[in-house]
Ligand binder design. Structure first.
Ligand code: FES
Length: 569
């Protein structure tokens, strides 16, 4: 170690300021030698009873602490805002950037040399990484891990995915409401995140693929003792990372983002990875754009997990996990550094697959060329996305009339009307659900299939919006249309009866209305009234970037690694 550790600016001074910091910390029983210059490791914890997915993080924090002490460091756990996807209104995504601010300023203000990020539920992992990236200390991820497989009457139940499927069965009259409610307890049987390949497991798996965590972080079940071991080993490793001055920006390179995009395609991972990766890249100054996601388009689907397949995260783990996927796509991966200080190849060199029904081989995939598709056209000048692996093949090339919902309230009030003028070919359009419009870009893009169609056996139709959808959702759903309607995007101009052309193969999303008519509609229209006039939500609406820029706040892009020199007293 040549340069002085950061913590010396807090705990190394033999004066009044050093006295104050050490003395107050000693009220927790920390001995003198905790302040002798050893690496101070922050454990950034998003544990909360209101974020059930992260409810195992307290135990994992203890595991990290054991590892830090063992390696000669000084662990200090601190809480940050927690974002419970299923519990927050109007949407946890509204607060991802607030969590990122909390993480960034906590890391910057306190005297730590490195940080372990304990996250899990959807927005917690990206929010923590974004905040940490803007300070750029040595940082490493430990994820909460997925719940055990859901179970009901001898069958597996997948978080989110089966809620939607079973709710549709109830709508169709194929399942009683009583049976539906009975699945509630069987679906969530242990601590941990959704055990489908939803956004949480996608981001945990991508953390592994980007080399931001130790191997197996993506898949080990939350309650598997080996996850506690992983936490312990991560505690040891972060101390070494401080010694090596291996910063987040040494791992978060363009190559690691490319690897995340390739891996996400093979996983059948969440569409939400797009906004999170774009936002994270913006923090570290990596030039990542929507176009970069096109490299995923040629990657086949290898992982047979819901919502794109049939199995769950426990099965994926026991089949060998993320490292097997990395090995299958190794010929596509870029050479990239990891928190181990070794190339990503180190994570998969010795990987072995134990179940080919769960992880398919590259040359015998579950589905060919199934990665996310970027769509462009006069309806989405800055892009939109669709997830072919979770869509119906026959709808990915489609042109027909649209039925428009101007707001989410209009949709909820009318979607199941018997006289809704739609059929299985109609394209549903939902407006004003983007970053500024809702606000917060919620997961409502997978609009329910109208009851009158479900009763006829229809399970999927084309849907287009400026919203996101849950990583556990499925269907032929065009998302993240940018610019959004509320920001004056062309989506605002669509009227019921217009025609839209979707072509996933050509990457096209076109509104088939001539420009003269669109100009006329624009001149006649006016933007909707804002929902919030004060507080964080107002700041968010005033500053949020569009989906193609990751929906970060404009003033949070980039990083500031300057030392904090002023004292508090
Ligand atoms: Fe938290 Fe799915 S709701 S991970």
């Amino acid at each position: 170690m040549s340069k002085e550790r950061r913590n010396r600016g807090w705990y190394g001074m033999i004066d009044k300021d050093g006295f104050i910091r050490r003395s107050w910390m000693k009220n927790q029983g920390f001995p003198d030698h905790a302040f002798d210059g050893r690496p101070v490791i922050g454990i950034c914890n998003t544990w909360s009873e209101l974020t059930p997915c992260n409810s195992g993080l307290r135990e994992l924090a203890e595991g990290v602490k054991r590892g830090v002490w063992e390696a000669g460091g000084f662990p200090v756990e601190f809480p940050v805002m927690s974002l419970g996807e299923t519990q927050m209104k109007p949407t946890a995504m509204l607060f991802r950037n607030l969590l990122a601010m909390d993480v960034e300023e906590s890391i910057r203000a306190y005297g730590m040399d490195g940080v372990v990020l304990l996250g899990g539920c959807d927005k917690t992992t990206p929010g923590q990484l974004m905040g940490a990236a803007s300070v750029d200390l040595p940082s490493i991820v430990v994820s909460a891990g997925p719940m055990l497989n859901g179970k009901w009457k001898g069958r597996d139940l997948g978080s989110g995915t089966d809620v939607r499927k079973l709710a549709m069965d109830v709508k169709a009259g194929d399942m009683s409401l009583q049976d539906f409610m009975a699945t509630e307890s069987g679906m969530s049987r242990s601590k941990g995140v959704c055990m489908t390949m939803g956004t949480a497991s996608t981001m945990a798996s991508l953390s592994e693929a980007m080399g931001l965590s130790l191997p197996m972080n993506g898949t080990l079940p939350a309650v598997d003792a080996r996850r506690l071991t992983l936490a312990h080993m991560t505690g040891k490793r972060i101390v070494e990372m401080v010694e090596e001055d291996l910063k987040l920006s040494d791992v978060l390179t363009k190559e690691s983002f490319d690897n995340a995009i390739l891996t996400n395609a093979a996983l059948g991972g969440s569409t939400n990875a797009v906004v999170h990766l774009l936002a994270l890249a913006g923090r570290v100054g990596v030039d990542l754009t929507m176009d970069d996601f096109e490299i995923g388009g040629e990657i086949p689907l290898l992982v047979n997990c819901m919502p794109s397949g049939q199995y769950l995260m426990e099965d994926f783990c026991y089949a060998g996990g993320v490292s097997v996927v990395l090995k299958e796509i190794a010929h596509k991966l870029r050479s990239a550094n990891t928190v181990m200080g070794k190339d990503i190849a180190h994570y998969y060199d010795e990987a072995e697959c134990y179940n080919r029904d769960v992880i398919f081989a590259y040359d015998q995939p579950l589905k060919p060329a199934a990665g996310l598709r970027v769509l462009r056209g006069n309806l989405a000048p800055n892009g939109a996305i669709v997830k072919p692996s979770a869509a119906s093949d026959h709808l990915l090339e489609h042109e027909d009339e649209v039925y428009v919902f101007e707001t989410i309230e209009e949709l909820k009030a009318n979607i199941d009307r018997d006289d809704l003028p739609v059929d299985e070919n109609t394209i549903l359009v939902l407006k004003n659900c983007g970053p500024k419009g809702y606000p917060g870009m919620p997961e409502v893009g997978d609009m329910p299939v109208p009851a009158k169609l479900v009763k006829k056996g229809v399970r999927d139709i084309v849907r287009v919006s400026d919203a996101r959808m849950s990583g556990t959702a499925f269907g032929t759903v065009v998302l993240h249309v940018a610019p959004e309607a509320t920001a004056g995007g062309p989506l605002a101009l669509v009227k019921t009866g217009d025609r839209i052309k979707l072509s996933a193969s050509e990457g096209v999303l076109e509104l088939l209305v001539d420009q003269v008519e669109l100009d006329k509609r624009r001149a006649e229209g006016s933007p909707p009234e804002p929902h919030y006039t004060r507080g964080y939500a107002k700041m968010y609406v005033d500053h949020v970037l569009q989906a193609d820029k990751g929906a970060d706040l404009d003033f949070l892009v980039g990083k500031d690694t300057r030392p904090v020199t002023r004292e508090s007293h």
